[in-house]
Design a protein around this ligand. Sequence first.
Ligand code: F3S
Length: 640
Amino acid sequence: MGKSITHKIIEKHLVSGEMVPGQEVGLRIDQTLTQDATGTMAWLQYEAIGIGEVRTDLSVSYVDHNTLQMGFRNPDDHRYLRTVAAQSGAIFSPAGTGICHQLHLENFAKPGATLIGSDSHTPTAGGIGSMAMGAGGLSVALGMAGEAYFIPMPKVVKVHLTGELTGWAAGKDVILELLRRLTVKGGVGKVFEYGGPGVAALSVPDRATITNMGAELGATTSIFPSDDKTKDFLTKMGRPCDFVELVADEDASFDEIIEINLSELEPMVAQPHMPDQVCKVRDLAGKKIDQCAIGSCTNSSYSDLKNTAQILSGKKTPPETDLLISPGSKQVMKMLSREGLIEPLLDAGARVLECTCGPCIGMGGSPTSGGVSVRTFNRNFEGRSGTLDGQVYLVSAQTAARLALDGEFSDPATWGPAPERIELPDDVPSIRDLFVFPPEDKDSVEILRGPNIVALEDFTELPKTVQAKILLKVEDNITTDHILPAGAEITALRSNIPAISQYIFNRVDADFVGRMKNHGTGVILGGENYGQGSSREHAALGPRHLGVKAVIVKSLARIHRANLVNFGILPLLLVNPADYDRLELGAELTIPAGDMTPGGTLEITTASGDAIPVINDLTKKELDIIQSGGLLNAVRQSQS
Ligand code: F3S
């Protein structure tokens, strides 16, 4: 039986387990990436492990999220990241060099390599055949320490592409179509492996957009073959030696096959406030647009922005419609500048921002109250833009540029000739010198910390019997943005758990933190897909600091589940989803945590004696981690 690309890479990196869907496999990790919002904590954890030099082939610490330096906190954190990377043998990418995923794709990702990153859009590197997964910061810290990364062996879904994109359709529309069909829960436990004759016609940036936003399906990762297009891309990036061909065997078997005819796609849009609320752009014709934002790790490549510049050239956006553009990297910016493509952007009325995440993470560029913001990003969760009632719509770069001119949604049939498909030039400028490579004499590097960097607290073991009240009851599809909102004020506290914990769930229930302080311990009750979205482990660390002992839900998102385990919070799944309605805020629960067996059922009892059956879908190792108070405790125990 032939093998898929996914199986080939996993087999080559397998250190434990068997490739049976659902069973835990341990993978050797070749590369890691961290970004600053999650990275300071990942690096503090790495220091706490006490390993010295990183044991991966390559680890990169990027600064792209919290680049506003409006006080000492962010600059101090950036300095900490630069110095800890230098002492640990990692590469450092300073603020403004670019967005981690765009930079990693351009400069470091390799076909066939394993990569974990403390950012959920790490699968962007799957666009060139890397097995790239988003992970919690602690998992990445352990990866840097040479430890395996453990995941349930995913099912492999082949997305069989035929035809080719026509008209105004773009790579973004492929993933929006998949989100429309499968929803934000449709990819859990799965790798989406692209194949079929349609692959050859998709550029690497289109492929990377698709794998980037596979994260919104909840997928473990997404991956494209490494083929002639990949070879051309790596050659133009000055890295021809990194190319290896990687395709699925002709007779490879897959757990599922999905067909998409690219020729049938047209511009699509994800409507507020979920990436799977997808419809056709033409269905919204006439809706006024207050803001367009082009950029983010999803759509900020040279081809995206060259298309944008060509669409806007010689035209002007209406005064009611703001246009923001954030290039993905200084390499992209240099190419635009060299080709005279910045000027048409400026003349059209655009604000050209730094090469950072910017508006995607609410770092400036928030829409007006209730404003309609059309963005090329990957997420449109409520409040993520920095404006709580902002209405964020997700589209491709060329659709955003065209809509910015109209100032309202319109029918692509009226847009005129479609933009050309952009190829990279042969002489792509290098920005390699902008990275800070570790010095020879690493021991001479002093790690510099500011007052905002607070060492990690020690977490106690999970009690054998947890007695606690439900101190928060939330609905389905709670995102990590609900748990801990993004935005400049809050993320500046990412290295200071006691301070950042004061913001936990404060936009969902402003009294939650107060209740936790009063009671000391508590339980959260949630619905389906709890913890979807960003990989931020502060969404587990914060509740843990406040005293949350267990999260009882209908279902859990993958990375957040891993973060809960890593920080010693017990994730429990309701056997009967209807029990959600029987449990009320304030209900006192007794959880016999000491009696748990891996993957077993457990009965929680309420003060009135009702029994609520729950499952822990935990492995023995995960259970040990939780019972010892978290992964850091478990690693220290195993080392001692
Ligand atoms: Fe940055 Fe937004 Fe991507 S925060 S890493 S551009 S999802």
